[in-house]
Write a protein that binds this ligand. Structure first.
Ligand SMILES: *Cc1c(COP(=O)(O)O)cnc(C)c1O
Length: 381
């Protein structure tokens, strides 16, 4: 089975991890700092604070923004649940704004959802394609809101040559095994705001500061969300090859774009000319005629060796959210009902740096064969 995404580990990565495992510090040494410096340099941002996952990084970013009980956050339902979960954990309420046909938040609706309780806008760069961050920033500035960008998919993506991570108040990246760069589990917050960076470091490590000798002081409530030294060494080593990974992903995506151009039964997501994408996912959007046999298509693709996946079930469709907030879905002022349809029509096909051109051709051929087999079968549209 060719998975939809997977890690790529070199001998150099392994050597780096082993080197740190044999050193004096497995945690709280120099490796995390070096990795954070390298991230800043790569992104072009002032501060990077690593965490043991993007989920804890999101919690940190929300907490240091002072997001709390009864605040409202405008966000996208087409994301991994953690994007909403972590501010709900602080007592805040999600207002889900609809997405566009590319899976990114529809910035045209954001302003309508703003109330006196709104604290932040949390967009997600779906599949690695940058959101319209400049427009979102303008809205936020006008209403004095924070922009916290969940760019878990988009490490290395850019707009006009400027890396994602330099636009929002805080940007979160994930280093989970299947994300563009990995530390096994891990994540980080990138920001140009010194105060946020300082508080994030406290939040990550018990809220404690060293004073003198054995005297330390706990100045805020914190957690232990630290990355280990060997995970940081892995990430640092991976970062050296990231541009290579992105190049391979882009080549695969461009090959698919060409093979699938103008197909009547599905479409693909187009990038703006001034942007680049990490190509974390290669999403296919099935036409309505194929939405009802999607389960059959999914099953057959898997049987034939394609590790396809669906991204994502809208967050509000999960039982927890239905029970907590009632049968709410998209905010009534922020919808053209694209999100539900997006879930019905999306399917992600394999696209990652461990695939050969032979694998890529096999995926494209198999996908086209299966789609054409199911065309117009058993649907009542
Ligand atoms: C993967 C992911 C997360 C969570 O990342 P972890 O590192 O697994 O905690 C959050 N948001 C989005 C959009 C993701 O894709």
């Amino acid at each position: 089975m060719i998975p939809y995404s997977r890690q790529s580990i070199s001998q150099e990565d392994i050597d780096e991890v082993v080197r740190v495992l044999q050193s004096s510090h497995l945690t709280q040494g120099k490796e995390v700092e070096l990795f954070e410096e390298a991230i800043c340099q790569y992104i072009g941002a002032k501060y990077a604070v690593t965490f043991n996952s993007a989920t804890s990084a999101l919690l940190g970013a929300y907490a240091v923004s002072d997001i709390k009980e009864d605040d409202e956050i405008i966000t996208t339902p087409i994301s991994f649940v953690a994007t909403s979960n972590m501010f709900v954990a602080l007592g805040a309420k999600p207002l889900w704004c609809d997405v566009k046909l590319d899976g990114n938040i529809d910035e045209r609706f954001i302003e309508r959802l703003i109330t006196p309780k709104t604290k932040a806008i949390v967009p997600v760069d779906f599949a690695g394609k940058p959101v319209e961050i400049k427009k979102i920033n303008e809205i936020a500035k006008k209403h004095n809101l924070l922009v916290i960008q969940d760019s878990s998919h988009a490490f290395g993506s850019s707009i006009d040559g400027q890396k994602i991570g330099t636009f929002a108040d805080m940007t979160i990246f994930s280093f989970h095994a299947i994300k563009p760069l990995t530390t096994g589990e891990g994540g980080c917050v990138v920001t140009d705001n010194e105060e946020f960076a300082k508080r994030l470091r406290l939040f990550r490590s018990h809220g404690m500061i060293k004073k003198q000798l054995y005297n330390s002081d706990m100045v805020m409530l914190g957690h232990n969300f630290r990355l280990t030294e060997f995970a940081a060494a892995l990430g640092h080593s991976q970062l050296k090859r990231l541009d290579n990974f992105l190049h391979v992903r882009d080549k695969i995506a461009k090959y698919y774009d060409e093979r699938f151009k103008g197909h009547k039964l599905f479409s693909t997501i187009k990038l703006e000319a001034n942007t680049t994408s990490s190509r974390h996912l290669y999403p296919i959007i099935l036409s309505p005629a194929l939405q009802c046999p999607k389960e059959d298509i999914f099953k057959e693709l898997q049987e034939r060796g394609l590790g396809v996946q669906v991204h994502y079930k809208p967050i509000y469709q999960n039982s927890y959210y239905k029970e907590k907030f009632g049968e709410i879905s998209l905010h009534p002022k922020g919808t053209t009902h694209v999100s539900d349809d997006f879930y019905r029509s999306e399917i992600s096909i394999p696209c990652h740096q461990e695939m050969s051109m032979e694998d890529t051709t096999f995926v494209a051929d198999t996908f086209l064969e299966v789609i054409e087999k199911y065309a117009y079968r058993g649907c009542s549209f």
